[in-house]
Write a protein that binds this ligand. Structure first.
Ligand SMILES: CC(=O)[C@@H](O)[C@H](O)COP(=O)(O)O
Ligand SMILES: NCC(=O)COP(=O)(O)O
Length: 254
């Protein structure tokens, strides 16, 4: 019997909160978006509580924990404040991401190799609390080695540069894809669970979904934007179908 190579889809609801926060009220509600994601077949919900609370706010995390049964992937900066929140909220997973106040979105991956001493106690403390720890890193073998050294069981490879390369040239797009493929195989070979995400769209998802060692994709911004035109349920289902198409083609070849 062929065992299907599982590829989970986590839906990031941050940018529902971005729209809400432009008016300061309660609409649109990221928790309602998470409920639509559940019914559209998502495998998990991702939310990034930025230190400046520009989109997701603390009560969103509390409500996601209380109202959504799917695993929550809590994205956070490597700060004491965020570790305390994670320990209180007990999400299924924490993904430690780099943050800069002035950035428009998460630029580049976490410099795990350069911050081993800072990250080590957090990874240990979160892991000891039963929270799966992931590091959001660039597709770079040095950062993967650092994740292994830290004992983080998961890495999420930043696909932002890869996604931007589609507008540059076919050669650049293939170069960035190959970089992610190499890092994914390298990390999986060292025993890490490999995830990927950031900036993925209908046009960029299939080559990433076709990398068989990748276990989870986290996608948000494009799906929320596309939902303006087709609705969130349909945007998620279309993404899921593209992922399945790519993964099934790989499974059929193996
Ligand atoms: C780490 C990451 O990739 C996500 O948090 C996502 O991109 C949404 O958040 P921002 O747009 O605030 O970076
Ligand atoms: N970690 C990546 C993520 O959660 C979603 O990123 P994006 O699709 O909103 O760019």
């Amino acid at each position: 019997m062929t065992v299907r190579n599982e590829l989970r889809l986590g839906i990031n609801v941050d940018h529902v909160a971005t729209i809400r926060n432009t008016r300061g009220g309660v609409h649109p509600d990221p928790v309602r978006a998470a409920k639509v994601a559940v019914s559209a077949g998502a495998d998990g919900i991702t939310a990034h509580l930025r230190e400046d609370r520009r989109h997701i706010i603390d009560s969103d995390i509390e409500r996601l924990r209380a109202e959504i049964a799917l695993p929550l992937n809590f994205e956070m900066a490597a700060t004491r404040e965020m570790v305390e929140i994670a320990l209180r909220q007990r999400p299924h997973a924490v993904c430690i991401v780099p943050e800069r106040r002035e950035e428009r979105t998460t630029e580049g991956g976490l410099d795990a190799a350069g911050q081993l001493a800072h990250l080590q106690p957090m990874v240990l403390e979160l892991g000891a609390a039963g929270i799966r720890v992931s590091l959001f890193i660039a597709a770079d073998r040095r950062q993967i080695d650092a994740a292994v050294a830290l004992g983080a069981p998961v890495v999420e490879l930043h696909t932002g540069t890869y996604c931007e390369a589609i507008d540059e040239s076919p050669e650049a797009f293939e170069r960035e894809r190959a970089r992610i493929e190499d890092a994914a195989h390298y990390g999986a070979g060292l025993g890490l669970e490999i995830h990927a995400g950031h900036g993925l769209t209908y046009d960029t998802v299939k080559p990433i979904a076709a990398i068989p060692v990748i276990r989870e994709l986290n996608i948000g911004h494009f799906l929320i934007g596309e939902a303006v035109f087709v609705g969130l349920d349909e945007s998620i289902r279309t993404m899921r179908a593209l992922m399945d198409e790519a993964r099934n083609a790989v499974d059929a070849r193996s």
